[in-house]
Write a protein that binds this ligand. Structure first.
Ligand code: FAD
Length: 397
């Protein structure tokens, strides 16, 4: 069966960033797809997401970016601070500098707004069918393609299966029974505040990264500047899986007791926190088998210290669609090429993210050396270090 001949839909497990992206990319080629999402609705837990130019380049091509309209914020830059002294170490220029350098913007957005933009785009395409309340438990290869089984007993049939079912992917477990997530020793805490509640961060500091031994802090505006998203990352032993655990500030604030006053004031202003444990996965032996393939966090979950997990899922979707579009290519061969193209890049991003996590929490002499390097770099050079990441262009599908 060649990629362009199948009349059965391609099944996509998961309607998150990766699943919706894959659906849009394939629908743009006129290919029927069926999304199988376990949730009854698409409500996205409230937190922000940063989208580098590598992600916005693709979202713009898919006409998703324009749907986000006033909900997007394109920060002028990221200020980097030493969390203990409060000194500003560097400013990585974004805004016009990123647009000039990469031809696409660096933006920050609320996840619910991104989800809405992707979902609206998907719903506008007649090629895309969306089934909610379908929790995939396993798949099997059958004569005509793939049968995907749900907890409800329902069975969905398609020509192929793209598994975008996230960090705890069922399909990944079926393909790699021995692959186990490993707790990173860190938890991420998030809250959303009104800008007036965090005057200590100042308008020009609304996009900030604060570094200190054993903890760091990230903040940026979302909802078109109507809210500030704060993410605090600490070294911790709590390691339950899940996205949305309510958490008590009294556990978090001691990690920041020795921090500079503006950062502490922002943390103390928050009324509620949610936390989640951060997990890693060693590179997988198997991303694909026949007409089944993994995409996004299912294939390569990553620590969030480069803010690129969602962007990688978007890139995956664009590359997968491009490979499927090659005339005369069997689906299995297209999936194989996608895997060989994506494994190296996503591994590099995983490693860069892990490295950032180490550098962010340096202590003692290493902390001073890091600060010195950051202070000595020209702003454009700081941005230029990301050319390999933000310059990625999968080309027109
Ligand atoms: C603290 C933190 C901050 C982050 N910040 C950024 C950032 O700034 N920028 C960035 O690009 N990335 C960021 N990420 C990473 C990003 O959130 C993920 O990489 C991204 O959501 C992965 O998309 P996905 O579609 O693979 O998985 P998900 O978005 O998790 O979607 C998976 C979907 O599959 C569904 N599903 C799960 N199991 C099943 C099943 N069995 N059957 C059917 N459906 C199922 C789920 O309900 C969900 O809808 C961050 C992550 C964390 C933890």
């Amino acid at each position: 069966m060649t990629a362009e001949r199948s009349s059965e839909p391609i099944l996509i497990a998961g309607g998150g960033i990766g699943g919706l992206s894959a659906a849009i990319a394939l629908a743009r080629q006129g290919r029927p797809v069926r999304i199988l999402e376990r949730g009854e609705t698409f409500s996205e837990a409230g937190a922000g997401i940063q989208l580098g130019p590598n992600a916005t380049r693709i979202l713009r091509q898919w006409e998703v970016l324009e749907r986000l309209g006033d909900d997007l914020v394109a920060p002028e830059g990221v200020s980097v601070f030493d969390g203990l002294s409060g000194a500003r170490l560097a400013m990585v220029p974004l805004g016009a500098a990123a647009e000039r350098r990469y031809g696409s913007p660096y933006v920050v957005v609320h996840r619910a707004d991104l989800q809405r933009g992707l979902l609206e785009t998907a719903r506008a395409r007649p090629e895309i069918e969306i089934a909610t309340g379908f929790e995939l438990t396993r798949y099997e290869s059958v004569a005509e393609g793939i049968a995907a089984h749900a907890t409800s007993g329902e069975v969905a049939r398609g020509s192929a299966l793209i598994a975008a079912d996230g960090i705890a992917s069922r399909v990944r477990k079926q393909l790699n029974p021995d692959a186990a997530l490993r707790f990173s020793g860190r938890t991420a805490w998030r809250t959303l505040l009104e800008p007036t509640a965090v005057p200590s961060l100042g308008p020009e500091q609304r996009t900030g990264l604060w570094l200190a031994p054993n903890a760091h802090l990230v903040h940026y505006a979302v909802r078109g500047g109507r809210a500030v998203n704060i993410v605090a990352v600490v070294e911790d032993r709590w390691n339950q899986e899940g996205w949305n655990t309510e958490a008590d500030a009294s556990e978090l604030l001691p990690h920041y007791a020795a921090w500079a006053a503006p950062a502490r004031a922002a943390l103390e202003a928050a009324r509620s926190w949610r936390k989640w444990a951060l997990f890693e996965l060693a590179p997988l032996a198997c991303w694909s088998s026949g007409t089944v393939v993994l995409l996004g966090d299912a294939a390569h979950p990553m620590l969030p210290f480069l803010a690129q997990g969602g962007a990688m899922a978007i890139e995956d979707a664009a590359v997968l669609a491009r490979e499927l579009a090659r005339p005369g290519t069997p689906v299995e061969a297209a999936f194989g090429r996608y895997v060989s193209l994506r494994q190296g890049r996503t591994l590099n991003v995983q490693e860069a993210s892990r490295r950032n996590g180490r550098v962010y929490h340096l202590a003692g002499a290493a902390r001073w050396a890091r600060n010195l390097v950051l202070r000595s770099r020209r702003p454009e050079a700081l941005l230029g270090r990301f050319d390999w990441l933000y310059g990625f262009d999968p080309g027109a599908p």
